[in-house]
Write a protein that binds this ligand. Structure first.
Ligand SMILES: [Zn+2]
Length: 478
């Protein structure tokens, strides 16, 4: 697990260019929950690959496990319409008809759909799905097979002719871009080496309106078909756009296929296109070449613009997370960007609990100047926050008249640690101020530029002169 965590963090934190100027971030919903591959490990990697580009914010919807009862499935109703892109990392049981209908409607009305690797194995019985994805992992008698001639011409074989779905043994292989002018592929090397992966062959389906963007030669020596097999393609469906990549096989904790800069780039640009119809992410400076694989985090350059020094979405990372408020409402920490933010883990039964009073004073005095105090109740220290959100809320209001923003109880240390506190305490993401939370009322100060600029131990009170000085300097900054 440790290797994976390290990989995820490495993917998240380094070397991205800010695309704020390219407009709003696109919202992506990854659907997972069942897969013959290790979805629990790959979803965080997919999420990080997208978010590290600075172009996306990503949520995850997890289906019930296999063989779950109707109650569990009745509770699975992802709100697709809230997202620009649905990214399927799912290969499992059929979804409820209602969810299928919602997805069809979503794409038909202009939503983006993207699939990674075995996601195209799912739902052989769902006609609209098969139309949306073009080719799935199906038997030889299922539908048409599509390959490419050496010169890139599409070759179709009808049902029953040629092999059905399969793959040879895993190996690094060269990907050939067949539509270099398509926004997803534009500017990338026409041939590039992909790291070890499964090279799918014999995919079958209606294959209507497909534009094959890239292919790979499935060499007989590695158990392949001796044909150029499609590796990624796009399909219009109603007003929407579908992007499929067959790359990205991962079993266990080894994931060279997803560490590949090429894979992550194609994924991010494919999602960007599916979600917006355009691609602003440039060509990573560390993209693989025709004969050399490359792993790591893509270092994107803006298209037509010389890459500027790292303005860095990582600096905004503490304020990227979606949380719940104490009253259960959704909150997006991104809404606090541009303010000075004081993040505090609170508790109702601690010797330090009277700090609520000082925090409220800071709020009263500086909120108008742009300070946001954010309280996160947590029960990790002396079990001094055992109550429910409602009880915590009553306590804060009654005893301290708290009006600054309080959030639903989270875990700030150890098992179950929430994303925000993982970010704040990890050496990789917050190297200047990392380390476990030591007790209730630890404080992180975040500047208007989204960077963590100070950390104060629990015993440093809200009225402490050093804290006040740093706070005022931060408020004075643009
Ligand atoms: Zn696989």
């Amino acid at each position: 697990m440790r290797t994976l965590t390290r990989l995820c963090l490495a993917l998240v934190c380094l070397f991205s260019i800010s695309f704020a100027e390219a407009g709003e971030e696109l919202t992506v919903l990854i659907i997972d929950g069942q897969n013959n591959h290790n979805w629990k490990s790959t979803t965080p990697v997919l999420k990080a690959a997208l978010e590290s580009s600075g172009r996306f914010v990503v949520d995850v919807a997890t289906t019930p496990p296999a063989k779950a009862g109707p109650d569990a499935w009745n509770a699975f109703r992802p709100s697709l319409a809230d997202y620009d892109v649905i990214l399927s990392n799912y290969n499992g049981e059929a979804w409820p008809d209602e969810v299928n209908a919602a997805l069809e409607k979503y794409v038909r009305q202009g939503g983006g759909l993207a699939l990674v690797h075995a996601a195209n194995n799912a739902f052989p019985e769902w006609d609209a799905w098969n139309e949306m994805i073009g080719l799935g992992w199906r038997g030889a008698n299922y539908g048409d097979r599509v390959t490419l001639a050496d010169n890139g011409t599409i070759v179709r074989a009808s049902k029953g002719r040629g092999p059905g779905a399969g793959h040879g043994r895993q190996h690094p292989f060269q990907v050939m871009i067949r539509q270099p002018e398509h926004p997803i592929m534009k500017g990338l090397p026409v041939k590039w080496m992909h790291t070890q992966d499964e090279l799918y062959h014999g995919q079958r389906g209606p294959a209507k309106n497909m534009t094959v963007l890239s292919s790979a030669y499935a060499a007989p020596e590695t158990g392949g078909t001796g044909a150029h097999e499609p590796m990624s393609w796009v399909i219009p469906y109603g007003e929407g756009r579908v992007f499929v990549t067959l790359l990205g096989h991962v079993m266990g904790n080894q994931m060279p296929a997803m560490e590949c800069v090429g894979f992550q780039t194609i994924l991010a640009r494919g999602c960007e296109w599916a979600g917006s119809g355009a691609v602003t992410l440039g060509v990573p400076s560390n993209f693989p070449t025709a004969d050399k694989t490359q792993t790591g985090t893509p270092r994107y350059t803006t298209k037509g613009v010389t890459a500027v020094a790292n303005v860095n979405t990582a600096t905004h990372m503490p304020l990227q997370y979606k949380m719940k408020r104490l009253d259960g409402a959704d909150a997006n920490l991104a809404d606090y960007r541009g303010k000075v933010v004081l993040i505090v883990n609170t508790a109702s039964q601690c010797g330090l609990t009277p700090q609520y009073e000082g925090l409220q004073k800071l709020h009263d005095k500086f909120a108008a100047d742009g300070l946001a105090v954010l309280g996160f109740p947590a029960n990790e220290f002396g079990k001094q926050e055992p109550g429910t959100d409602t009880e915590i809320s009553d306590f804060c209001t009654k005893n301290y008249g708290v009006t600054f923003d309080m959030f639903s109880k989270v875990v700030v240390k150890g098992e179950g640690q929430c994303d925000l506190y993982e970010y704040l305490t990890s050496e990789k993401t917050n190297p200047g101020f990392a380390g476990d939370i030591t007790w209730n009322f630890e404080k992180f100060l975040v500047g208007r530029d989204g960077k963590v600029i100070a950390r104060f131990s629990p015993r440093v009170t809200p009225g402490d002169p050093t804290l006040l000085t740093k706070l005022k300097v931060a408020l004075a900054a643009n």
